[in-house]
Design a protein around this ligand. Structure first.
Ligand code: MCA
Ligand code: AMP
Length: 498
């Protein structure tokens, strides 16, 4: 069924209760949510959009941004969230590939996006700022406040999430209504969300973590969100006494630990802290427990599958592990020939389940490559089981860096650096970073006579792509280390840069 209709089943008896309270003192009830999402759905339908048409949004975080997403679901159209850090060339690619009919942008990006929208023949461009103002609001004037949810099947497209690729070309993961509802229901039960819960929401709402995981179970439970437009550790600590749950990437937890005010007293009303999107260091796990009295619950997921495994709510939450397969999700760890591996042996993590996406947008070959002949999805993560059935992620077979919870594929940055005059070739790797867990570092081979320096490389990359992808460090070498096959040995570079 339509995922929004499914969420409504959870909150229908709570229409008078608040669903969102913001860091600017605004509050929105579930009745407001119903009305505002109906207005979005009426507006989109009124523009002539059909079920499945894409609605792209590159917007700052606001309650209205969340209504835009949920209203798009109600209307049966496909939501396409875009990281606010993406720049012109990145957006050009997404708009050309996804062919949305509507683009919603920040008011200050309207001139640039206006050019792109015209170039791609997209009919509608509207704006929305973090206070809910912009031409979207004006365009929605008079939109009907009631809307009959568009009927959708479980395998109908709900959202496209772009994930970068090893070739440097992003792939749009097609997520269905059934993917959203199955994961939402499992997480609400597994993590015990009820209408008494109050969740601190400080994640961006253009990725799976902040858009799905930290929203859907709350709606299903009829619970409440304390809506932080940005992650500010002091503001989070100030809100802890009126909260019961929080979700974050490991950087949130290391930054909280760096604050003096973060202690057991501050966490007195909290029920659970959940971490994911990147590996949580054992040191952070241990220090968090002694400072707050809480054991972080770590879980594992990806855009293509929502949540896959989780440490238990009751029972032993083990640091350095991502817990057990969630109910209904099958996980196997296999060797190079596809054979299941015994406890303690590292291998490729493969998954199956109702949470699994239906493929990459307009990339049937790429989709096929990522599935085994017997229908398992290759996650690209390397893991092993411990003796009690907990999954440990021990590495990645994909050439991926995860910086502060954002994925960065080295190839994309190497292509940008290699195109610079004076560069012979480059290699990009992840290096340990105290704040972001991993940081992007580039190793560059210059032309003999080129006078290129670190600042120039950084400035060039910054002018082309999202800020979180820009190398924090650039070093120059005469030659890149290669193996007998001529392949760059990134492991050697990572060791050298440590
Ligand atoms: C910001 N910067 C970064 C990052 N974030 N650099 C590297 N890695 C990052 N993650 C840079 C900016 O480009 C800028 O650089 C400078 O830091 C300050 O930017 P600002 O936006 O003020 O940074 P911040 O507010 O301190 O952001 C850090 C953050 C943010 C709060 C940790 O990165 C964040 O919200 N991360 C969460 C990502 C997330 O939601 N991931 C879930 C993906 P300059 O000034 O030089 O330009 S979903 C997923 O992975 C799956 C499904 C799962 O399992 O959940
Ligand atoms: P994304 O493509 O943004 O959805 O990121 C998904 C990737 O994040 C996964 O394939 C993992 O590599 C990584 N990831 C998510 N959660 C965890 C975790 N708890 N520990 C280690 N890696 C994680």
């Amino acid at each position: 069924m339509n995922a929004y209709s499914y969420f409504r089943r959870g909150f229908a008896r709570r229409l008078g209760a608040n669903v969102i309270e913001t860091d600017r003192g605004e509050s929105f009830s579930y009745a407001d949510l119903e009305r505002e999402t109906a207005r979005v759905a009426s507006f989109l339908t009124g523009l002539g959009l059909q079920a499945g048409d894409r609605v792209a949004a590159q917007i700052d975080k606001s309650p209205q941004g969340l209504f835009l997403y949920l209203g798009t679901l109600r209307a049966g159209m496909c939501y396409l969230p875009l990281n606010t850090a993406y720049q012109r060339a990145e957006l050009d690619y997404f708009l050309g590939d996804a062919e949305p009919r509507v683009v919603v942008c920040r008011p200050e990006s309207a001139p640039m996006l206006g050019e792109l929208v015209r170039a791609h023949g997209i009919e509608h461009l509207v704006s929305l700022d973090d206070a809910g103002r912009g031409s979207l609001g004006e365009a929605m004037t008079g939109a009907a406040e009631r809307f009959a949810d568009c009927e959708r099947d479980d395998d109908d497209l709900a959202v496209i999430i772009y994930t970068s690729g090893t070739t440097g070309r992003s792939k749009g993961a097609m997520v269905t209504h059934g993917n959203l509802t199955s994961n939402a229901q499992v997480l609400r039960e597994y993590w015990r969300f009820s209408e008494r819960d109050v969740l601190i929401h400080a994640l961006p709402i253009f990725h799976v973590h902040g858009l799905f995981v930290a929203v859907h179970p709350i709606l299903l439970a009829g619970a409440r969100i304390l809506f932080h437009r940005k992650f500010d550790p002091k503001a989070v600590i100030a809100d802890l006494p009126r909260a019961s749950a929080m979700m974050g990437v490991p950087t949130f937890y290391t930054r909280l630990l760096a604050e003096h005010g973060f202690d057991k007293a501050a966490c007195g009303s909290m029920r659970v802290f959940i971490s994911g999107s990147a590996p949580l260091l054992l040191d952070t796990f241990d220090e968090f427990r002694s400072r707050s009295g809480h054991t972080i619950l770590e879980r594992y997921g990806m855009s293509e599958a929502g949540m896959i495994t989780s440490n238990p709510y009751e029972g032993d939450r083990r640091g350095g592990t991502v817990g057990f397969p969630l109910p209904g999700v099958s996980v196997r760890v296999v060797g190079p020939l596809g054979q299941p591996l015994a406890t303690g042996e590292p291998g490729d993590i493969q998954i199956k389940g109702p949470n699994l996406f239906i493929g990459y947008w307009r990339m049937p070959d790429k989709t096929k490559e990522e599935f085994t002949a017997d229908g398992w999805f290759r996650t690209g993560d390397v893991g092993q089981w411990d003796g009690d059935g907990y999954l440990c992620i021990v590495g990645r077979s994909k050439d991926l860096i995860i910086s502060g919870g954002y994925n960065v594929y080295p190839k994309e940055i190497e292509l940008v650096i290699d195109a610079m005059p004076g560069v012979v070739e480059s290699a990009v790797v992840g290096v340990p970073h105290p704040d972001f867990g991993e940081a992007v570092a580039a190793v560059v081979v210059r032309d003999k006579n080129a006078s290129l320096d670190e600042a120039q490389v950084i400035a060039h990359v910054r002018s082309q792509i999202a800020g979180f992808k820009v190398p924090k460090r650039v070093t120059f070498v005469d030659d890149l280390p290669r193996n007998a096959m001529g392949k760059v040995q990134k492991k050697v570079l990572r060791e050298q840069l440590k």
